[in-house]
Structure formats: structure tokens, C-alpha cells
Design a protein around this ligand. Structure first.
Ligand SMILES: CC(C)(COP(=O)(O)OP(=O)(O)OC[C@H]1O[C@@H](n2cnc3c(N)ncnc32)[C@H](O)[C@@H]1OP(=O)(O)O)[C@@H](O)C(=O)NCCC(=O)NCCS
Length: 203
């Protein structure tokens, strides 16, 4: 966090094969193509259908919340060019050093590790540069893909009671996940295996 308690703006982060950058007005057509999609409608609070008007409003709100330092909202790109998704950090509680993150990737770009790369990159930035120690995700347990991303990036279920909500698809519940391993799940897995060997256990 900056001394004024605002999140830094503008920023760009590169690593793990992705570049996260600020949204631009010229991203409008790509944004609509990415967000007007059934899985995004099902699992995120995006308006559906997500048309040009929704896109204009979305980019305007993104710009405002970035300028006011309320949230980090970045386009996921491969090389700083056209967006393939979005990753966010919001709900910052500076006292508790806590924030929530979210992500989405366009249907044409999925299953290539881009969501995991973007989440790991922003989580690392939030821990390292912003000094936030408690990073959270809220995920419907039926959202298999999102749960897999969380697990792969080193997040684990906290066991907190689910957050119940009403949506266009009926009642749903969101589980809370917390980052336990900054290096991602692989590091945690290695440590676990070492512990298992040491104590003669398996699996
Ligand atoms: C969830 C989402 C962001 C995943 O994006 P992605 O770029 O395909 O994810 P990755 O390629 O990084 O995949 C990470 C892991 O998830 C797994 N995964 C991805 N999609 C999956 C699916 N549909 N079913 C099962 N597993 C899936 C991958 O196999 C990978 O697992 P691995 O660690 O075993 O290799 C994307 O599906 C999406 O945008 N969904 C709609 C929006 C959404 O649900 N956002 C999250 C709200 S909480």
C-alpha cells in the first residue's frame, strides 16, 4: 500500500508467461468478447448478456476504482497486447492486512495455465510489494475449474462457514480459500512429502 493507503496505479506485472496491465479504452471489443460467455455469467457477478453498453460501464468503473486506489483490476495478456482475461484484488482491509482476489479467462484461452499464472503473479505482488499477509478467494465448490486454479496456486480451504447468496441461478454458497504457500502448491506438496517420509507415512 502507498502511504496514503491507496493501491498503486498504474502498474504492470510480468512473469510466468503473462503480463498483467491496466485496462485501456481500446480493449472494449475484446472485453465484450471475453465476458459475454456462459461460464462467466454462471460463476461471476458480471451482467449477462455482457454487451457493448455493459463493457463501456465496466471499463469506466475499472478506471474510477483504479484512480481512487480502491482495487487492483488488471487485464491478463500474454505480452502486454490484447487481453485474454482479468485478475483483481479488492476488499482490502489494511488493518488486518487482508484482501480478496478474483480472476477469469476467456473461453478461447482456457486450460493453458493463464489463470494460475495471473493469480500467482498478483498474489506474489500483494504479499511482497503491498505487504498483505492474508489473501483470500471466495469460490462456489461446484466451480471445479476455479477450485483447481486456487489449489494449484497454493490456496487452501479455510474451513470458514460458507457465504450464502442468491443469484440468477438460485441459492449458492461460496467457500473461503486462503493462500498458505507463496511459492504455489508444488512447494507445499514437496514439504508434505518430506514430512510424510520423515514420519514413515504415505500419501
Ligand atoms: C476458472 C478459470 C479462470 C480457469 O482458467 P484457466 O486459464 O483455464 O485455468 P488454468 O489453465 O490456470 O488451470 C489451472 C488448473 O485448473 C484446471 N482446470 C481448468 N479448467 C478446468 C475445468 N473446466 N475442469 C477441471 N479442471 C480445470 C487445470 O487443468 C489446471 O489443473 P492442474 O493444476 O491440475 O493442471 C476459467 O475457467 C474461467 O474464467 N471460468 C469462468 C470465470 C470463473 O469461474 N472465475 C472464478 C470465479 S471464483
Amino acid at each position: 500500500m502507498t502511504t496514503a493507503g491507496r493501491l498503486p496505479y498504474p502498474i504492470a506485472l510480468t512473469g510466468d508467461g503473462v503480463t498483467l496491465r491496466e485496462w485501456r479504452d481500446e480493449d472494449l471489443d475484446d472485453l465484450v468478447e471475453l465476458l459475454d460467455e456462459p461460464d462467466i455469467a454462471r460463476w461471476t457477478p458480471m451482467p449477462s448478456p455482457f454487451d457493448l453498453e455493459a463493457g463501456v460501464a465496466y471499463l469506466k468503473r475499472a478506471r474510477q476504482s483504479r484512480a481512487s486506489g480502491q482495487r487492483i483490476q488488471l487485464a491478463i495478456t500474454l505480452d502486454g497486447g490484447r487481453p485474454i482475461g482479468e485478475v483483481l484484488l479488492f476488499g482490502v482491509d489494511a488493518g488486518l492486512r487482508e484482501a480478496e482476489l478474483g480472476y477469469l479467462v476467456g473461453a478461447a484461452h482456457r486450460r493453458r495455465g493463464h489463470a494460475s499464472a495471473a493469480l500467482s503473479l498478483l498474489s506474489g505482488y500483494a504479499r511482497g510489494s503491498l505487504g498483505l499477509s492474508r489473501l483470500l478467494l471466495r469460490i462456489d465448490p461446484a466451480n471445479t475449474a476455479s477450485c483447481a486454479v486456487a489449489r494449484r496456486c497454493g490456496y487452501r480451504l479455510t474451513g470458514e462457514p460458507p457465504i450464502l447468496q442468491e443469484g440468477p441461478y438460485g441459492p449458492s454458497s461460496l467457500d473461503t480459500w486462503e493462500l498458505v504457500s507463496a511459492g504455489g502448491g508444488a512447494r507445499l506438496e514437496r514439504l508434505r512429502n518430506v514430512a510424510a517420509r520423515r514420519y514413515g507415512r504415505r500419501g
